[in-house]
Write a new protein. Sequence first.
Length: 178
Amino acid sequence: MKKLLAIAAVVFATNANAGALSMAEGVDKPVEVIFEVSNVQKDDLFIRSKTWVSETFVSGKSVIDSAEKETGTIIAKGYIDRACEGMFDCLANGGNKVGFKLRIDTKDGKVRTTYTNFTILRPAESGRMVGNVYVSGSGEEERPVVIQGDLDAAVKGAMQLSDSLKAYLSKETEKSNW
């Protein structure tokens, strides 16, 4: 009876995650979000966007590759926690990060964010028991996104980041007399 229940659980888990484990389609397609920020000039949007990037991506691997004030363009590499949904997805991917290239273009009253080159960064393992044998850990692994579930999580994270940038740019700058 226990074997039958175990087989049923494996079949259920496989079917529940079948869509998430399929090969990603459109992985080379950039994710682009355009939004308006009323009454804010390009130079101010550029400076505030650059500050947002520095405050949002605090990992040592996250860097600003290029920031050109004249064109209003920032190009950065960033990492965010991979969003997971459901017990099996969170058990398998809960500690992973999504890496990407982010381009922010600013002009008077408008911002465009473009996300490309999605990767999955798996943390280093400290080691684990396999049967009666201790297997030493392996190093950090970064690979291109090839699974649909990873791509869906990456796109969801990109949309949340764009919402965060929009909220950051939309709030009034506080001027204090410190």
